[in-house]
Design a protein around this ligand. Sequence first.
Ligand SMILES: [Zn+2]
Length: 691
Amino acid sequence: MPISNPERYTVTAALIYANGPIHIGHLAGCYVPADIYVRYLRSSGREVAFISGTDEHGVPITIRAKKEGLTPQQVVDKYYEQIDASFKSLGISFDIYSRTSKPIHHETSREIFRDLYDKKVFIEETTEQYYDETAQQFLADRYIVGTCPVCANPNAYGDQCERCGSTLSPLELKDPRSTLSGAKPVLKATKNWYLPLDKMQPDIEAYVNGHSEWKTNVFGQCQSWLKDGLKPRAMTRDLDWGIKVPVEDTEGKVLYVWFEAPIGYISATKDWLIQKNGTADGWQKWWQPAKDASAGETKLVHFIGKDNIVFHCIIFPAMLMAEGNYILADNVPANEFMNLEGDKISTSRNWAVWLHEYLEELPDKQDVLRYVLTANAPETKDSEFTWKDFQTRNNSELVGIYGNFINRAVVLTQKFCDGKVPQRGELQDIDRVALDELAAFPARIAESMENYRFREALALIMDLARTGNKYLADTQPWHAIKTEPERVNTILNIALQISATLSIVSEPVLPFTSAKIQEQLGLSDKNWQDAGNADLLAVGQPVLEGKLLFEKIEDSVIEKQVQKLHDAKRQNELEGKTVLPVKPEIQYDDFSKMDIRIATILEAENVPKSKKLLKLLIDIGSEQRTVLSGISEHFKAEEVIGKKVLYLANLAPRKMMGMESHGMILMAEDRDGSLAFVQPGKDVWNGGTVN
Ligand SMILES: [Zn+2]
């Protein structure tokens, strides 16, 4: 059963691996909705702790370190700084952005593990795991590649085949090999500690089934796990990067990253209090049921992406249930995935819009990104980000509707009312309707916010801006000023009151814009309870003319971003290419049979009806010869005339397109598939031999 009237909120946003920068998929999936929710709660006067941080352990960190030639510690230091800074710039308002490498986290994780160990919650089990004898270590699933049993992909990982998407275990791979040394791994016995999720299933089921209000995608995924039957899961790993297992004789073992990472929310809460108060005292109120009922309940909400549902809805709650002293998540409003320009966002393929680059290349447009990611959030199904849509939403919605309304209200006040909030006179029906709507919107928006429907909340916010626009269009103060100037005072008073409320209700989504409007209107210390009030702005309050809230985004800006994506993808594909292995050994005699000479191209023309062939006339010193060369996709006929080339003179002639080709021009192929002539380092005479 959901908590109906909590005293306070503990809101967490996913702990992301500190092994790469933040992209829009992370933002849309978890961080922007979490920030909107928290800003809404704070505005409506609720006590909140907004907790997140980086996950600095686990195999992905060690893989990144290898790739960048750094130590794991250097990797996490580098990305923590970058991630923390870009979240701040986007206005994500964490109370604490902590790190799982902090001592407080190691301590907290080890305590909880040891507590469960002492209560004999874990099952000890010895299993056979792959071991690399050359590197002298057990291999995490990601360190083993082999042939996928499903699709025969020769480079499937020990946990997953990226070609066919199958979930695998290392033992299923054919021809397994270690990515550390290339060696064939051997099976070796090792002891680990397992959380018996199978035995805990009835309790977990009761917990999940008590939350049928969860989003359909979340509840559905939990049901599917439960239906398959939960299996014991190892909570320790044979790895050297992570939190040491707090049990004797466990050298070389660390806590499973999905055991300790969610505990990071708890230790980050302690870290926050230590930084704020010098002591972690009082952390329990955010994580444990109050001993005294008058202290009220704490509502725990986890914002995550859909790939983390099982960990937050089943495994972490199971750990906390076994520990016995903790509250469990009241809701886990996980989003689906956001795709990008027709393809899945991928860090490894560099198909992403990176937050730190966005902030640099599109300065002062934080709210545009927050807006687009919310308007198009993957709340119930996967959604797609395109730069065209980004431009359209900016130009026609933020500039055309929201910005336009505020701008008109302010500019007309400057023009007709001496730059001060005018007094309302006698109301007409149209005014009463506008004021009624103004009064009704905040509760409707709040209802959507409370239920994690942020797209809907944003649509309502835009409807309020539309209401303001329509009111101005219907009342036409620019005409009324000529015939009934008193009437204009009423109209602009109402338009400004709508603007004031708009600045409050849109603050969770558009915090930068909201602050600008409030500065223009001289509004401060107002919160959700004030929204909808028709007298929020006092008569006579100066209204400042500000800069435009949003500016049009031109085609060239968007085209540049799309081009950048395609360039990155191409670059990434090239980096993935490897040099071909050397062919089987030959003897000098085999080589000396080839008569390679220097020649000059005299004439060149396209071969009719052939896409690839150029017909070349070449001078080989002793004579002239005709060669058909498959290079016309790379070179125009006129640009090869006069080139010195390497020529294989004694290759048997063959017919192509009804013509005879005599010998072969030698070409070098570059990484991207483009061709280059191979030429002598000085002007060697035609017919000169190559030995
Ligand atoms: Zn496969």
